[in-house]
Design a protein around this ligand. Structure first.
Ligand code: FES
Length: 359
């Protein structure tokens, strides 16, 4: 049997699939709205401690509504997160029809021509639009084959996979931790391409040693707030008290005491999510959604000396003064808003939001 590799650093991974009780949609709009905000802000508090990726399944599967892909350094973080979610108002209306626990580890097979294959000890999700997830169990007959024989079949698998370079595989291991042996999660931008890959893999010799590879989930990557809005009910953005614009075009959005120097905050104004930053006493406001794959920029990392924010997902760097892209994958800038302070009140000029030139 395989021996434990020396002290490799591993992560724990949970694929939690949640389903909303339709009774929630009959609550008042105010309660729906505040429940979304509470749930979303609870998740945001865990960013940094866990890697959290929301995916929507509304319109795709009938038995679950969203996935939270959770990656942590230890199991305690997963327990704490779920405990916090259970305490929220929305959490009282959620069930978890599927939950899969796994860990990263190195493959026991060798892929010299493809050194990155199966060796991911640290999960780094890509910007791909879709995630295709399923639990996987091999037959016991597979384990009684000699290792060179299994390696030969895995080589064939890899050869097929290489024909679909846009599809990226994340395999995590569940032996002894959960009912399945692996969780297989493919990232890609084309469901059709993934379908072709899976069909071709069915012809491979290793496929005859599959005991179970269902249920299968096709998940759509989206921002946390967009995902919450797929659940129906009042929009999260509508949930926050509407602050009407004044005659001078400025709208109060927060108080300065809520935004101490060095901090950031997401607020809503006219149904737009806006990221506020206090950089050494100066307040900046830009659109909260990254123009690349809609990550929440208020969770990004600020460089005060350059007056920039780095997107938490793929390290796109935006100017806080102009919204321009300074580096990284985003092709488009984000809106930058004029800001003024009146006493403790932060106001932004929605009408004067400007879209700077593309870098
Ligand atoms: S979401 Fe990809 S750089 Fe922001």
């Amino acid at each position: 049997m395989t021996t434990l590799p020396p002290k490799e650093k591993r992560q724990v991974v949970r694929y939690g699939f949640y389903r909303l009780d339709p009774a929630w949609r009959r609550l008042t709009a105010e309660r729906q709205a505040s429940a979304k905000i509470e749930f979303g802000e609870t998740l945001e508090r865990y960013h940094g401690r866990l890697l959290l990726r929301p995916y929507g399944l509304v319109g795709i599967r009938g038995d679950c509504d969203f996935l939270l892909w959770q990656v942590a350094e230890d199991l305690d973080a997963l327990v704490e997160l779920q405990t916090a979610l259970n305490r929220t108002d929305l959490g009282a209306y959620l069930t978890i029809p599927y939950s899969y626990l796994a860990m990263t580890r190195r493959s026991i097979y060798e892929f010299p021509a493809d050194p990155g294959h199966e060796q991911r000890l640290v999960i780094q999700p890509s910007a791909a639009k879709y995630l295709f997830v399923y639990p996987f169990i091999k037959t016991r007959a597979w384990y009684s084959l000699a290792k060179p024989e299994r390696q030969r079949m895995m080589d064939e698998h890899v050869r097929v996979g290489r024909k679909y370079p846009q599809i990226r595989l994340n395999t995590t291991y569940s032996y002894g931790l959960d009912d399945q042996e692996f969780i297989v999660a493919f990232e890609g931008d084309s469901p059709g391409e993934f379908l072709d890959l899976v069909m071709e893999l069915r012809d491979s010799e290793a496929s005859s040693y599959t005991l179970r590879d269902t249920p299968t989930f096709t998940c759509v990557q989206m921002s946390l707030w967009d995902m919450l809005d797929t659940l129906g009910g009042a929009g999260a953005a509508e949930s926050v008290a509407r602050r009407p614009a004044r005659e001078d075009g400025f709208t109060p959005v927060a108080s300065l005491s809520e935004l101490p120097p060095g901090s950031a905050k997401r607020v809503y104004a006219a149904n737009e999510a806006v990221a506020l930053f206090n950089v050494d006493g100066t307040v900046y406001a830009i659109a909260n959604r990254c123009s690349h794959a809609r990550a929440s920029l208020s969770e990004g990392t600020v460089d005060a000396s350059r007056c920039t924010v780095t997107c938490p997902w793929h390290e796109g760097v935006f100017s806080l003064e102009t919204g321009r892209v300074l580096s990284g994958p985003p092709a488009l800038p984000v809106f930058a808003y004029r800001v003024k302070l009146e006493g403790d009140t932060i106001l932004i000029a929605l009408a004067e939001a400007h879209q700077p030139a593309i870098s």
